[in-house]
Ligand binder design. Structure first.
Ligand code: ZN
Length: 375
C-alpha cells in the first residue's frame, strides 16, 4: 500500500495549480465588452494610418518653413564652408515614399497616380512667392518630362534631374498639374545651406545632425511647441554640421542638396540610418559651440531668441539627470547650458542694438612666430 504524501508535500504540489487558478480567476474579464467585427477594426486601422500620414506631413511642412528660413538666411556662412547651393523651398515626394501599410493613406494625403508631388512649400521661398501649392504634381522641368512611376525611385530621379538643371544657374520652368489645369512657374533658386532636413518618425524627444542633414524626431516636433523653439533646435543642429562637428567625409554638397530635394525623412523607411546617427554623441565643447553658433544662425533668420535658454531649461527639467554636472557626459549640464545661452542672448542683443554684424566671436588665432630675417 502506498503511503499518502505528507500534507505539506501535497500543499507544495498543489500550490502552483492553486495559484494559476487564482490568477486566471483574478485576470478574467468580468464585463461583456461589445463585439468588434474584423471589418470595422480594419477600417479603423486605415483611419489611424491616415492620421499618422497627416501628422507626418504636417510636421514636415512646419519644419520646412522654419528650416528653409534659417538655411537661406545663413547661405553666406555656409558658402564660406563650401556648403551652399540653390534651393526653391519646397519638398517633394509621392505615396510610395511611405511603408506599404501606409500607402493608401499617403495616396489620399500626398496624391497618387505616380506623379511626383509638391508636398511642402515654405512661405517666402521662391516656390511660395511664385504661388506653387502643396499637392501640385510636377509634369515637366524646363520642357523635359519629370520622372514618374508608382515607386519611390520617381522621387529620387526627380531630385537628380532637378539638381542637374539647377547647375545651369538659370531659372527653371516647372509645369504642374493642379486639379484639372496645368500651371507653369519660372523659379529662380536662392542660395541656401546645402544640407538636407527631415522628420525622423520616432516619439523620442531628439534631434540629430550627421554632417549631411538635420533630422528632427516626431517627439521633438511635439516638445518644441513654438516656431522659435523649433528654430532653436534647427539652429543647434545646423551649427553641428556647419562647424564640422561630425566627420563629414561621407557627405558632399551635391548629396546634401539631393537629400533635401529627395524629401529626406519623408520615406518613413529610412532603414534606421538616422536613428543610428542620433546615437552619436559629441563632446561637451561641441555641444556648447552648437548652442552658441545655433543662436546666431537663428537670430540671423530674424527669429526672437529671447525664449531659447528657457527651451533648453525645459529640456533639463524633462531629463533631471542633465541637471547634475557630469563631465563625462556628452552634453553640458543643463544649468551650465542655461547660463551660457543666457549670456549668448545678451551678446547678440547687444550687437543688434549697436547695429553690428551678427557673427559668432571666434577665438583669437595664435600669432605666427616672426620668420627669421634672411638675406
Ligand atoms: Zn547637439
Amino acid at each position: 500500500m502506498r503511503a499518502s504524501p505528507p500534507f505539506r508535500f501535497r500543499l507544495i504540489r498543489l500550490g502552483p495549480c492553486l495559484a494559476l487558478a487564482l490568477i486566471a480567476a483574478a485576470c478574467a474579464p468580468v464585463t461583456q465588452a461589445p463585439h468588434v467585427d474584423p471589418e470595422s477594426a480594419k477600417a479603423e486601422a486605415e483611419k489611424q494610418r491616415l492620421l499618422v500620414v497627416e501628422r507626418y506631413v504636417a510636421d514636415l511642412r512646419r519644419l520646412n518653413a522654419i528650416a528653409f528660413r534659417i538655411f537661406a538666411a545663413n547661405a553666406d556662412f555656409c558658402r564660406e564652408k563650401g556648403k551652399s547651393a540653390g534651393a526653391f523651398g519646397f519638398k517633394v515626394g509621392n505615396a510610395y515614399s511611405f511603408p506599404k501599410d501606409f500607402e493608401a493613406g499617403a495616396r489620399r494625403v500626398v496624391g497618387g497616380r505616380g506623379l511626383v508631388r509638391i508636398v511642402a512649400v515654405a512661405p517666402g521661398s521662391p516656390a511660395g512667392r511664385a504661388g506653387m501649392r502643396e499637392g501640385d504634381a510636377v509634369l515637366a522641368l524646363d520642357g523635359t518630362p519629370a520622372p514618374k512611376g508608382e515607386n519611390e525611385a520617381a522621387t529620387r530621379d526627380f531630385g537628380k534631374q532637378l539638381a542637374e538643371q539647377v547647375k545651369t544657374g538659370n531659372p527653371i520652368v516647372f509645369r504642374v498639374q493642379r486639379e484639372n489645369e496645368e500651371v507653369e512657374f519660372a523659379l529662380h533658386p536662392v542660395a541656401a545651406c546645402a544640407y538636407g532636413y527631415g522628420i525622423d518618425p520616432k516619439e523620442i524627444v531628439n534631434a540629430s545632425a550627421d554632417g549631411k542633414s538635420v533630422q528632427i524626431t516626431s517627439g521633438m516636433m511635439r516638445f518644441a511647441e513654438t516656431d522659435e523653439e523649433l528654430a532653436t533646435v534647427v539652429g543647434h543642429e545646423l551649427a553641428h554640421n556647419l562647424m564640422g562637428h561630425i566627420d563629414s567625409k561621407r557627405g558632399n554638397i551635391a548629396l546634401g542638396f539631393l537629400v533635401d530635394l529627395l524629401f529626406a525623412g519623408f520615406g518613413v523607411n529610412t532603414g534606421g540610418v538616422f536613428s543610428d546617427m542620433a546615437g552619436q554623441s559629441y563632446s561637451q565643447e561641441f555641444e556648447t559651440e552648437a548652442d552658441y553658433v545655433g543662436l546666431y544662425l537663428m537670430a540671423r533668420a530674424g527669429y526672437d531668441i529671447a525664449g531659447s535658454p528657457n527651451f533648453w531649461r525645459r529640456m533639463g527639467v524633462r531629463n533631471p539627470g542633465s541637471i547634475r554636472t557630469n563631465h563625462a557626459a556628452s552634453h553640458p549640464s543643463a544649468p551650465y547650458r542655461f547660463v551660457s545661452l543666457d549670456k549668448t542672448v545678451e551678446e547678440i542683443e547687444r550687437k543688434k542694438a549697436a547695429g553690428l554684424p551678427l557673427r559668432p566671436e571666434m577665438k583669437a588665432e595664435p600669432v605666427p612666430a616672426a620668420a627669421p630675417a634672411g638675406n
